[in-house]
Design a protein around this ligand. Structure first.
Ligand code: UDP
Ligand code: MG
Length: 316
């Protein structure tokens, strides 16, 4: 990690993950600069080009602003938003860092309020979305289920409707940087490190250019990632279910044995046998699946691969 005590350390860093954003990045920059200047603190920007297939990196290289240093981190391929944010924070030199989407769904105008709260002593300032109007009904339903499950079983509570738009003191950034797990569920990691937290609300805008790279399948996998990163409850659930099924089987077994002893055995019973076998087979398969998911995660972690690979780091 870079030394944060370098001379000329800016007060604020703005960390921007970018994936296929060539159409919108200039508009983002044009809106960000005046807002940042109005705060009156020195600032830098850290763009992370997350293996875009379009000319995002070319567009980024044209963006300049007087008095602002720009770091561009160009990934060797697409490593995902979580990795992009991690890289941006690893290379941010500010006394506080703001993470913001490059598609203008996170209004830069919220940043001054975040900074004010930081100056007043907050170490983390979360952006909380006021509504989910820009999301489909299905996505909203899905997130609600996820959060209510998470609030019950996660190691640490995850604040609802809070995404990656946030300000963090450099101490928090350093703490986050010390968590080097490969499968990064950022919402969970952010919550895990703790620190004094304040919330500001913002209205999510419609995406102006391009399309969201999160479809329902990706979201589902994201949820499974979150759950398996932050709780082992699914494993325990299987223990309870197994115990319940065993208990029921024991009672049922006793009943049919006693019944056979008292009244003689009736040979028919094939349908119930077949049904039971299928049911138990299914339960066992799901159980093995859950186990496998955790083992797969262990497997991926023990290889200690880096979280991202940088093709080029440019300071301008
Ligand atoms: N992003 C990224 N890598 C990815 C996907 C997305 O860096 O693999 C960036 C993207 O450029 C944007 C932010 O993450 O700045 C949010 O992405 P998107 O708008 O697709 O997601 P949504 O707003 O629908 O959650
Ligand atoms: Mg977006």
């Amino acid at each position: 990690m870079p030394d944060t005590a370098v001379t000329g350390q800016p007060e604020l860093s703005v960390v921007v993950p970018c994936y296929n954003e060539e159409a919108g990045i200039a508009a983002f920059w044009a809106r960000l600069c005046p807002v940042m200047d109005a705060i009156g603190l020195t600032w830098e920007v850290v763009f992370v080009n997350d293996g875009s297939r379009d000319d995002t990196v070319g567009r980024i290289s044209t963006l300049t602003h007087p008095g602002v240093s720009k770091r561009t981190i160009d990934f060797s391929r697409n490593f995902g938003k979580e990795a992009a944010i991690t890289a941006g924070l690893d290379h941010a030199r500010g006394k506080a860092s703001v993470v913001i989407d490059s598609d203008l769904q996170h209004p830069p105008e919220t940043i001054p309020l975040m900074v004010t709260l930081w100056q007043a002593g907050a170490e983390v300032v979360l952006g909380k979305r006021q509504s989910r109007e820009t999301d489909s009904a299905l996505r909203t339903w899905f997130s609600n289920r996820f959060y209510s499950f998470a609030s019950k079983v996660f190691e640490v509570p995850i604040p609802k409707d809070v995404g990656d738009f946030r300000l963090m003191d450099h101490q928090v950034v350093k703490a986050l940087g010390s968590l080097r797990e490969n499968q990064r569920f950022m919402k969970g990691l952010f919550a895990w490190v703790g620190f004094r937290t304040q919330i500001v609300e913002f209205e999510v805008a419609q995406r102006e250019h391009g399309t969201s790279s999160f479809n329902l399948w990706r979201l589902l996998n994201f949820a499974v990632d979150g759950i398996t990163s932050f709780t082992t409850v699914p494993l325990r659930l299987w223990f309870y279910l197994g115990s319940l099924v065993s208990l029921v089987s024991l009672i049922y077994g006793t009943i049919i044995v006693v019944d056979a002893l008292l009244f003689g055995s009736e040979v028919p019973g094939y349908p119930s046998l077949a049904a039971l076998m299928c049911f138990l087979g299914g339960i066992q398969l799901i159980g093995i699946g859950v186990l496998g998911e955790y083992i797969g995660r262990i497997y991926r972690e023990v290889k200690f691969r880096p979280i991202y690979i940088i093709r080029e780091l440019r300071d301008e």
